[in-house]
Design a protein around this ligand. Structure first.
Ligand SMILES: Nc1ncnc2c1ncn2[C@@H]1O[C@H](COP(=O)(O)OP(=O)(O)O)[C@@H](O)[C@H]1O
Ligand SMILES: CC(=O)N[C@@H](CCC(=O)OP(=O)(O)O)C(=O)O
Length: 285
């Protein structure tokens, strides 16, 4: 095969995927851990999805950056089951980082590349209605409902929504929401074709006698077993919970990929190559 035919065959390989996914909604969660990787390449991949007729919704995290700013302010971070214990001061910092610098950095990168994208937090338009998750976590919200018609209006207008995971309760109190949980709830509410979680590991890993191994697929039972064995910990806990929640609520396919790997998203969506971990729901298991 010549270099030119090899290039053409990549495009041909993508064709059935473009045909299958045109008009479908995909929720891409861009984790703070992955943001140390090729930032603009990730946004270009999402732009590619959009130009191929897919309706991408971006939900982003930023846990690392929040911890960085809290450190500089000499405020200690404390996590319970992968969730940040959030007092009023921490909430201010989380909102500043998530709704401010990260959200606008992503929006600016879309703008630079000629794509209409709107950065929002879950407070805007009552996008993420939440309630307090557990008292000991403070201002940590769990999503009660998603204003999906507001999102659909944006998507119908050809806009890419970029959502920071801050939610609001019925009294107007703002809460810090884990970004995976926000993405899972949004993917479920939109009955998304795919939820893709971009993180800093190549998928769900399991310790084996031969070292760490990526699981290509995992069922809810497999996840439960790994949690009980203490093999799924920290930030991976809300991630797998979000995957299961999204599938139960109507998302069709859920994947965990390494967002630091160049073009992992494009490879997952447009090629035959299976990368990362696919989480399989009750029905497909
Ligand atoms: N079984 C597991 N497989 C892969 N990663 C795991 C596992 N258990 C815990 N983790 C941790 O979860 C982290 C990903 O979660 P997190 O740091 O919150 O990422 P993100 O910012 O993308 O949400 C990994 O870097 C890893 O340290
Ligand atoms: C309640 C809670 O834990 N909120 C997260 C929100 C950001 C997030 O989830 O970012 P990543 O996806 O990069 O981890 C936090 O404060 O870190």
């Amino acid at each position: 095969m010549t270099e030119f035919t090899a290039k053409a065959s990549v495009l041909i390989e993508a064709l059935p995927y473009i045909q299958r996914f045109a008009g479908k909604t995909m929720v891409i969660k861009y984790g703070g851990s992955a943001m140390g990787g090729p930032f603009e390449q990730v946004i270009l991949d999402i732009i590619w999805l959009k130009q191929a007729g897919i309706r991408p919704v971006v939900v982003h995290g930023g846990g690392k950056e929040i911890t960085g700013l809290l450190n500089r302010l000499q405020i200690e971070s404390q996590f319970v089951d992968g969730l940040r214990v959030t007092d009023a001061e921490t909430m201010n910092v989380a909102e500043m980082v998530l709704g401010g610098s990260i959200n606008k950095r992503i929006a600016a990168t879309f703008y630079k590349n000629g794509v209409a994208a709107v950065g929002l937090t879950g407070v805007d338009g009552g996008l993420l209605k939440v309630r307090q998750k557990r008292e000991e976590l403070g201002l940590v919200g769990e999503v009660v409902s998603v204003n999906s018609s507001f999102l659909t209006q944006l998507l119908d207008a050809g806009v890419v929504p970029i959502i920071a995971p801050i939610g609001v309760d019925e009294n107007g109190v703002r809460y810090n929401v884990n970004a995976d949980s926000a993405a899972g709830a949004i993917a479920g509410a939109l009955h998304a074709e795919k939820l893709v979680l971009l993180t800093d590991v190549p998928g769900i890993l399991r310790n084996t006698p031969n070292g760490k191994q990526v699981l290509n697929q995992i069922t809810p039972e497999g996840i439960q077993l790994l949690i009980e064995e203490g093999q799924i910990t920290g930030g991976m806990v809300p991630k797998v919970e979000a995957c299961l929640q999204a599938l139960a609520a109507g998302a069709k396919h859920v994947h965990i990929l390494n967002g630091e790997e160049p073009h992992a998203l494009l490879l997952e969506v447009f090629t035959d190559q299976g990368i990362g971990t696919m989480v399989i729901g009750e029905e497909t298991a």
